[in-house]
Design a binder for this molecule. Structure first.
Ligand SMILES: Cc1ncc(COP(=O)(O)O)c(C=O)c1O
Length: 420
């Protein structure tokens, strides 16, 4: 076999892999593992019967366009449904300001391809979504982190970091944020802060890339729908590129997501997408469209909110009981994730070996930080396992953490505050 390394382009050599996908591979190989690692929706929430009916009709052969190539921007009637969906979130978008992407992950890749020159500075939250880190790094961006507070990104720190970068002669292109139930912290950016963030972006002439896959999944015991109002809803001058997805509400397998952005950018995203995949699967888009048209999506929302709220409660209760003296976390008010802070002497990456032995996995915190921090943090997803498995998993995790602590030199007292 010849050596292929010498054929790789520079990007090919430096591509960043996903820590989360790697955990998924490990999980798949272990019998009886309880996985708090991937942010997968719960399959028991999928409306299987309705999808079966929709797919059977679409595949009846009556409409040949179902299995054809479609326009790069997306299936027209679906775009119109997306307009209505966005209007419900307070976002007005013309048809020329909207396009479908193959998952929001493709949206991030298109954003990277269109907006990032090597060396450009992209500001991200500390911590942030690993898929965005990978997409932006693969475009050779310099990623610079901004601290978060209980109500999301710290605007004073944001400005400080911005000014430092500009003083160093670097160009800051955009700020990437996940305002609703952030992956990985579960945090919600406060409404007032969203407005101030937009003002900041206008003052500093920076774009905002707003990624919102979890906004519909607020928990009624601790958040209101208006708390999830996108930054994009108040964007009068086209500062915000807004991404959202059906992955967490309909199903990730459809790979149907969308971008709302100024028409001039959407036209460029369209061109970039043409060379990426020509179009998102027409069949998948048609299923998503039918799910919107027939009210499947609307009926899913309250079910999903109840389902994940319940699992969140099961996880927080089990953690408080088993690890309340050692572990702290910001209370998840929506979404899929709980962000756990362990005693500082624990390294969650190192602890994974012990955890996998005990058939429990999570994502170690460092993967979400662009500045190398996060060693004593971990992301626990409560979305996929059943309530019973969540309780078992937390019991296993408690054993793992206590054993790790006993085996770790320089043991100190536990943290009391949730650590972002
Ligand atoms: C914040 C965030 N953005 C984007 C994605 C990618 O989603 P999609 O399945 O639409 O590609 C995810 C998936 O977990 C996510 O958490």
């Amino acid at each position: 076999m010849i050596k292929h390394d010498r054929f790789l382009a520079r990007t090919g050599e430096t591509l960043v892999h996903s820590a989360i996908r790697q955990m998924g591979t490990i999980a798949a190989q272990l019998p009886d593992v309880i996985s708090f690692a991937p942010g997968y929706p719960a399959p028991e929430t999928f409306p299987w019967a309705e999808y079966r009916d929709i797919a059977a009709e679409l595949l009846s052969g009556r409409d040949g366009s179902v299995l054809q190539y479609g326009p790069t921007r997306g299936y027209g009637p679906l775009l119109e449904s997306l307009q209505a969906l966005l209007a419900g979130r307070g976002v007005t978008a013309g048809l020329d300001e909207l396009m479908v992407s193959t998952g929001s992950q493709q949206g991030l890749t298109l954003v990277a391809r269109l907006l990032i020159d090597p060396g450009d500075v992209i500001l991200v939250e500390l911590p942030t979504y690993t898929g965005a880190i990978a997409a932006f790094r693969n475009a050779q961006a310099t990623l610079v982190g901004v601290q978060q507070e209980e109500d999301g990104i710290d605007i004073a720190h944001l400005d400080e970091v911005y000014l430092q970068q500009v003083a160093g002669g670097r160009r800051v292109k955009f700020l990437y944020v996940v305002p609703n139930f952030q992956n990985p912290t579960g945090l919600l950016i406060g409404l007032d802060k969203r407005r101030r963030l937009l003002e900041w972006a206008e003052r500093r002439d920076v774009l905002i890339v707003e990624d919102d896959p979890y906004g519909d999944l607020y928990f009624e015991d601790s958040a209101r729908p208006e708390d999830t109002r996108p930054i994009k809803a108040d964007d009068d001058e086209g500062r915000v590129v807004y991404l959202s997805s059906f992955s967490k509400t309909l199903a990730p397998a459809f790979r149907v997501a969308w971008i709302a952005a100024p028409a001039a950018l959407v036209s460029k995203f369209d061109t970039a997408k043409q060379s990426a995949d020509l179009c998102t699967s027409n069949l998948d888009q048609r299923i998503a469209y039918e799910a919107c048209r027939r009210g499947v999506l609307e009926r899913q929302w309250p079910r999903l909110r109840r389902h994940y709220q319940h699992k969140r409660t099961v996880m927080t209760r089990a953690l408080s009981r088993a690890l309340g003296d050692l572990v702290s976390w910001p209370h998840p008010r929506g979404g899929f994730f709980l962000w756990a802070s362990l005693p500082p002497e624990i390294d969650t990456e190192r602890m994974l070996a012990r955890a996998t032995e005990q058939r429990i996995i999570y994502v170690a915190g460092r993967a979400f930080f662009v500045d190398g921090r996060g060693a004593h943090l971990m992301r626990l997803s409560f979305s996929l396992p059943t309530a019973e498995r969540i309780e078992q998993g937390v019991a296993r995790l408690a054993n793992v953490i206590r054993a790790e602590l006993a085996a770790t030199p320089g043991r100190r007292s536990a943290p009391v505050e949730a650590d972002l």
